[in-house]
Design a protein around this ligand. Structure first.
Ligand code: DC
Length: 213
């Protein structure tokens, strides 16, 4: 079974998807990690992330798999290196290339095949798993997402800087030629702005469970 969740950066998808997966005994698959892994591999090679052909070449030449929820790049667990500021900014550029997206989408589908998964990203409900059993779209205002990010990560960025970065990423995610962030017509829309993580998790589980108990 596939439960797919899309939504903009910082709307709580990962945390909630992980919680739902744990409750249902499903595997959690974060699709953004695959784009982050390609980006990380490319940066590590000293590559330019705006060079589409070079990024595609990196994506074709690396081996990416998943072990216990961690991303394995050429046999090495790189999970804790995928959330740096550098990877954050460049993953948005790298994931804009339609050809690279086709490659990553194929890989994600192969990894997910035969498993019960809760997956999340930007196009899991529209492109990667258009026939998912359950689809959700999580939303939250940019201001709420910026405040959450600051509370989670601290750091030395101001609220205005974080808000600006979120708005730029939203724009990039919504304007991709392929895999643009949009609400699937058959997705359940949840505004998480004023809900706790637990409340959102309960909403998702309440949609999925009745049909499968
Ligand atoms: O969800 P995240 O922030 O870890 O995603 C990393 C990047 O990958 C982000 O720029 C959006 C992009 N992404 C995508 O284009 N399609 C997906 N299905 C998941 C993430």
């Amino acid at each position: 079974m596939i439960i797919a969740i899309d939504g903009p950066a910082g709307c709580g998808k990962s945390t909630i998807a992980k919680m739902v997966a744990k409750q249902l005994g499903f595997y959690f698959l974060n699709t953004g990690s695959f784009y982050r892994a390609v980006t990380y591999a490319h940066i590590r090679r000293g590559g330019d992330c705006t060079d589409r052909a070079a990024c595609l070449e990196t994506a074709r030449s690396v081996d990416i798999s998943v072990r216990d929820g961690d991303i394995i790049l050429n046999g090495e667990d790189v999970e804790d290196r995928l959330h740096t500021k550098d990877v954050d900014m460049n993953a948005s550029i790298v994931s804009s290339d339609p050809e690279l997206r086709i490659l990553v989408t194929d890989l994600i589908r192969r990894i997910a095949s035969g498993m019960d998964i809760v997956t999340e990203g930007r196009d899991t409900t529209t492109e990667i798993f258009p026939d998912a059993d359950y689809k959700f779209y999580f939303d939250a205002s940019p201001e709420v997402r910026a405040r959450r990010r600051i509370a989670q990560q601290g750091g030395n960025q101001t609220y205005e800087e974080v808000l600006d970065l979120i708005c730029k990423r939203d724009e990039n995610d919504r304007n991709k030629a392929l895999g643009a962030l949009k609400i699937a017509k058959d997705a359940v829309y949840i505004d998480t702005s004023y809900l706790t993580i637990r409340e959102v998790c309960e909403k998702v589980v309440s949609v999925v469970r009745p049909a499968h108990c």
